[in-house]
Design a protein around this ligand. Structure first.
Ligand code: MV4
Length: 447
């Protein structure tokens, strides 16, 4: 087993990886930026190395500085967490070239799934349902037009290297197509340095349903059910839950089997997520695959009583999966509220600063993943996530009631947070009904 893991990340996920490592008897190395001198992950690690100034490009995104730290501290594996270098195939390759295990999937899998066109092609070949669209990259609006006619409008033009909702444009009619193409191409070129585009039918107001999968290096893959991530705003998820109010046992079995097929097709090992769009008539389509541990994974961990971060470390060391599909069971209902340093009364504007008081709720069926404490700083340089509150109930309405009480007992002073938003959401009739989709935040007033 590994002796020492370097965590190439910060915040709650760095702490979460350290907890898993410690439980396995593995020592930990933190890297930190000058903005994180007093941060929880810096303090909690067995060793900590300052790798540069606050801007991510000069610290948490600096491959040379992180690899050098692994060499100097004699770490034998690196966990990338989420964000930063987690889906950087080049980084994963360099780790392996330096004889440091990358705790994640193979560089080839990251590359294959990072390109949305090759991901689509891989899934089509494996008979995983994909959204009707182009076979591969499309070079001109003239090439797009006949495909759009065939699949029918509205269509969406998307960047092959896209993510976070950037580099995509909807065309409602043939007249919109050339403009959509030019705008998406320019945005993609600018954001990703790659203007390559592909075409899909535009699914109107879908639900975002994703399946958690876990694979090992021996070709075993299991799925751990779905998460409903439809409550999001400008492509930022606000709340995730499992099971989805829109997924029954039969649909879960179908989507789970499709996700396992997808993972096999990508030769996937480690924790991963297969994202699907679910349309109003109950059809689901592969959208993309995320080759990392995700922010919202605790929803699944709590529902299935598994430890996905521990399992990632074990399979990276070559161990076989701890479970077969039959071992995975789903008990009750889990909701995760993302508590961000944002002001929900002012358009979710950022609210960095000093947390004067941090008093999280505790109890049976309550989990809080956070780096915060009294006096902790929320830095303007990094993402605004302060805490994840995960609550388990015996069913969805019980989970909602427990989440209300728990939010009322969660005290954070000194900054604005999204706690009041989540509290209001728990009282929103349409959220409570379970009848919502990705348009919820645009259509409804919550606060
Ligand atoms: C779509 C779509 C409808 N049809 N693709 C948004 C982010 C990017 N990963 C893909 N996205 C979408 N792709 C087709 N063919 C609608 C969205 C979309 C969306 C997807 C998931 C969760 C929230 C969303 C909000 C707006 C649009």
């Amino acid at each position: 087993m590994f002796n020492k893991i370097l965590i190439a990340n910060r915040g709650e996920v760095a702490l979460r990886v350290m907890k898993a490592a410690r439980e396995l008897g593995i020592r930990t190395v933190a890297v930190y930026s000058e903005a994180d001198r007093g941060a929880a992950h810096t303090i909690a690690a067995d060793e900590a190395v300052c790798i540069g100034p606050p801007p991510p490009n000069k610290s948490y995104l600096s491959i040379p500085r992180i690899i050098a730290t692994a060499e100097i501290t004699d770490a034998d594996a690196i966990h990338p967490g989420y964000g930063f270098l987690a889906e950087n195939a080049h980084f994963a390759e360099i780790c392996e070239a330096c004889k440091v295990s990358f705790i994640g999937p193979s560089p080839r899998t990251i590359t294959l799934m990072g390109n949305k066109a090759t991901a689509r092609q891989t899934m089509m070949s494996a008979n995983v349902p994909v959204i009707p669209g182009s076979k591969g990259i499309i070079d001109t609006p003239d090439e797009a037009a006949p495909i759009a006619e065939e699949i029918g409008y509205p269509v969406i033009v998307k960047a092959v290297s896209g993510g976070g909702g950037r580099g995509m444009r909807v065309a409602n009619t043939p007249a919109d197509l050339s403009n959509a193409f030019a705008t998406a191409q320019a945005e993609a070129e600018n954001a990703f340095g790659d203007g390559s585009l592909y075409l899909e039918k535009f699914i109107v107001n879908p639900r975002h349903i994703e399946i958690q999968i876990m694979g090992d290096r021996h070709g075993n893959v299991v799925h751990l059910g779905e998460r409903d991530c439809s409550i999001q705003r400008r492509h930022q998820k606000l709340l995730e839950e499992s099971p989805s109010p829109a997924v029954n046992d039969a649909l879960r079995a179908k989507m789970g089997a499709a996700a396992v097929k997808a993972a096999h097709a990508a030769k996937y090992y480690s924790a991963g997520t297969v994202e699907f769009l679910l349309d109003a008539s109950g059809h689901f389509y592969f959208m993309e695959m995320n080759t990392r541990i995700q922010v919202e994974h605790p929803v699944t961990a709590m529902l299935t009583d598994t430890d996905l971060v521990r399992e990632m470390i074990l399979v990276a060391d070559g161990k076989k999966l701890s479970w077969t599909q039959d071992d995975i069971t789903f008990d009750g209902h889990c909701i995760e509220c993302r508590i961000n340093a944002e002001n929900p009364y002012k358009n979710f504007g950022p609210s960095p600063g000093r947390i004067d008081k941090f008093s999280p709720p505790e109890g049976e069926g309550i989990r809080v993943d956070s780096y915060a404490s009294d006096g902790a700083m929320v830095s303007p340089y990094y993402d605004s996530l302060v805490a994840k509150l995960i609550v388990k109930g015996k069913d969805r309405l019980d989970a909602i009631e427990r989440t209300k009480v728990t939010l009322d007992n969660f005290i954070i002073e000194g900054i604005h947070t999204t706690i009041p938003f989540h509290r209001a959401l728990m009282d929103h009739p349409r959220f409570v009904s379970g009848n919502f989709n990705t348009a919820f935040m645009e259509e409804e007033k919550v606060l």
